[in-house]
Design a protein around this ligand. Structure first.
Ligand SMILES: NC(=O)c1ccc[n+]([C@@H]2O[C@H](COP(=O)([O-])OP(=O)(O)OC[C@H]3O[C@@H](n4cnc5c(N)ncnc54)[C@H](OP(=O)(O)O)[C@@H]3O)[C@@H](O)[C@H]2O)c1
Length: 42
C-alpha cells in the first residue's frame, strides 16, 4: 500500500484531499503544527 504525507491536511481543502486519498487506498499521513488537530488520524 502506498504512503503519502499531506501538508495542510488539517485544513478545509486538505481534509478532503486526505479523505480522497484514503478512499483510494493510500495510507495518508498529515503533517500539522497543531498536534490536537490530528486526533483520530495518523
Ligand atoms: N478553501 C477554499 O475555497 C480555497 C479556494 C482557493 C484557494 N485556496 C487556497 O488553498 C490553500 C488551503 O486553503 P484551506 O481553505 O484548506 O485553508 P485552511 O483551512 O486555513 O487550512 C490551512 C492549512 O495549511 C496549514 N498551514 C498554514 N500555515 C502553515 C505553515 N506556515 N506551515 C505549514 N502548514 C501550514 C494548516 O496546517 P496546521 O494544522 O499546521 O495549522 C492547515 O492545514 C490556501 O492557500 C488557500 O488560500 C482555498
Amino acid at each position: 500500500m502506498k504512503r503519502v504525507l499531506v501538508t495542510g491536511g488539517t485544513g478545509t481543502l486538505g481534509r478532503e484531499v486526505v479523505n480522497c486519498l484514503r478512499e483510494a487506498g493510500y495510507i495518508a499521513r498529515i503533517m500539522s503544527r497543531r498536534a490536537g488537530m490530528l486526533e483520530g488520524g495518523e
